[in-house]
Design a protein around this ligand. Structure first.
Ligand code: ATP
Ligand code: MG
Length: 176
């Protein structure tokens, strides 16, 4: 029987920590499902990139790391704003899975309560390989390029990611 594990995150943007943890998970299960959370969001400081952009970056980053993409399924997961039904929402959108990998306490709790096997994968260089840190550095014009895989950086250049973040940092108040 094929075993599948799911890793859920917002991937704003995908970074080298996500790639390391994906490799780790693929040592334990046959196939990895990457759930792209808050999929309906884009163009905000917390969620600058669209689900499509994130999916593109994740698949390129995983392929660059030598991961066979036939073992990977990347799915968008929009928010439901109701924690009690969130797990069934994820299950309704995802290929079947038996293991859940997350460092997020709420995600862990919700899946455990629903009877899933939940594992907390190790964190890699968390002070640097951290979405919020990367977004902050992009806004401030500090070095961030080395924190994402080369192919992810190429997509980010293509979509003018740093320019978008800087503009959002000036104009986000219009939306809040
Ligand atoms: P943000 O600051 O935007 O929340 P993040 O770096 O925490 O970004 P997420 O998209 O929230 O990224 O990450 C989803 C999952 O990826 C986390 O629950 C965690 O399991 C894993 N992850 C994130 N960063 C790392 C890392 N440096 N090493 C290993 N796993 C990581
Ligand atoms: Mg996070």
């Amino acid at each position: 029987m094929v075993t599948r594990g799911i890793l859920i995150g917002r991937f704003q943007p995908p970074h080298k920590g996500h790639i390391e943890v994906s490799k780790q998970i693929l040592r334990e299960v046959d196939e990895l499902i990457v759930g792209v959370g808050s999929a309906q969001e884009s163009h905000t400081l917390e969620n600058p990139f669209t689900a499509g952009e994130r999916i593109l970056m994740i698949s390129k980053g995983l392929a660059e790391a030598g991961i066979d993409l036939s073992r990977v399924h990347i799915i968008p997961i929009p928010d439901v704003k109701n924690h009690a039904i969130w797990v069934s929402h994820v299950v309704s959108l995802s290929p079947p899975f038996s293991a859940v990998y997350s460092g997020n306490p709420l995600v862990k709790r919700l899946f455990k309560e629903a009877g899933f096997k939940v594992k907390a994968p190790p964190m890699f260089k968390r002070k640097e390989y951290w979405g919020a840190e990367i977004r902050d550095r992009m806004i401030k014009g500090k070095n961030w390029e080395q924190l994402v895989p080369k192919t992810v950086l190429e997509v980010m250049k293509e979509i003018k990611a740093a320019e978008r973040l800087k503009d959002l940092s000036k104009t986000d108040y219009l939306l809040s």
